[in-house]
Design a protein around this ligand. Structure first.
Ligand SMILES: *Cc1c(COP(=O)(O)O)cnc(C)c1O
Length: 245
């Protein structure tokens, strides 16, 4: 128990809801990967989630993520987890992520992609990424505008140390998840168009393509119904975040 919440039972509940959403949509639950978003939460919470079966963890801040990865290094149980960078990235932080992160969800500019190319080339690795799309056209959000994603893919295809596996979006905050359904549908359509036109990767050993990273605590069930292959859930697993501590 952490602060009176049971991470294990929260995780089971989220998994159940994903499964039920899959049933409603006629999908196979194995198509959906749950990324447990542990930002601002202590490492002990991550360990608890790991013990309960979580294998994928999402973080927003590079320093916090690196600290947690370092803590995980000496723990056997943590050796096969995958770390996902889901937050807005500054170019000068990219170098820390290469080689440590399974997937960067938040590539939101060509300049950032070029920086990833540079750092991945230095380490002679190919970095898997998603392009973040501001699918609702919100003023305050990072991400490519929907109608610029195709050109972005074409530019990034020229970067040999990047592999674009799909798209990611953070839909607007809402009390009613139904209001985000059309945004999820739009991202799905967009990703499949790019996939068919071979502007994103056609094959990957570790991820089902195209990756569609969409859905958070407030709207992940609707996202699954609309084809999400990855949902990023924090609050429903780890409880509310307190940014003041
Ligand atoms: C914090 C965050 C999440 C998780 O949000 P919850 O509402 O707590 O599930 C998912 N995606 C991104 C990009 C985030 O920053």
């Amino acid at each position: 128990m952490s602060d009176g919440i049971s991470i294990e039972s929260n995780l089971r509940l989220v998994e159940d809801r994903i499964k039920t959403a899959c049933e409603r949509a006629g999908r196979d639950p194995s198509e959906v990967t749950l990324v447990a978003v542990s930002k601002t939460k202590p490492f002990s919470y991550i360990l608890e989630a790991r013990k309960a079966g979580a294998k994928e963890f999402g973080e927003n801040y590079v320093q916090e993520m690196m600290d947690k990865i370092e803590e995980a290094e000496n723990i056997d149980d943590m050796s096969n987890v995958r770390w996902h960078m889901i937050g807005h990235l500054q170019k000068n932080k990219v170098k820390y992520l290469i080689g440590n992160t399974a997937l960067i969800h938040s590539v939101d500019s060509i300049a950032l992609a070029e920086q990833i190319e540079k750092e991945a080339a230095k380490k002679d690795v190919v970095m898997r990424v998603l392009l973040e799309v501001n699918v609702a056209g919100e003023e305050s959000k990072w991400g490519f505008e929907s109608d610029s994603v195709k050109d972005a893919c074409k530019s990034i295809l020229k970067l040999p140390h990047l592999k674009v596996l799909g798209l990611m979006t953070s839909a607007p905050y809402t009390e009613d998840p139904e209001t985000n359904r059309l945004f999820f549908r739009k991202l799905n359509t967009l990703a499949h168009e790019l996939y068919e036109e071979q502007l994103i990767a056609g094959q990957d050993n570790d991820f089902r393509l195209p990756v569609l990273s969409m859905g958070m605590t407030g709207d992940y069930e609707v996202a699954v119904e609309e084809g999400a292959t990855m949902v990023r859930v924090g609050t429903a697993i780890f409880g509310n975040r307190n940014y003041n501590v």
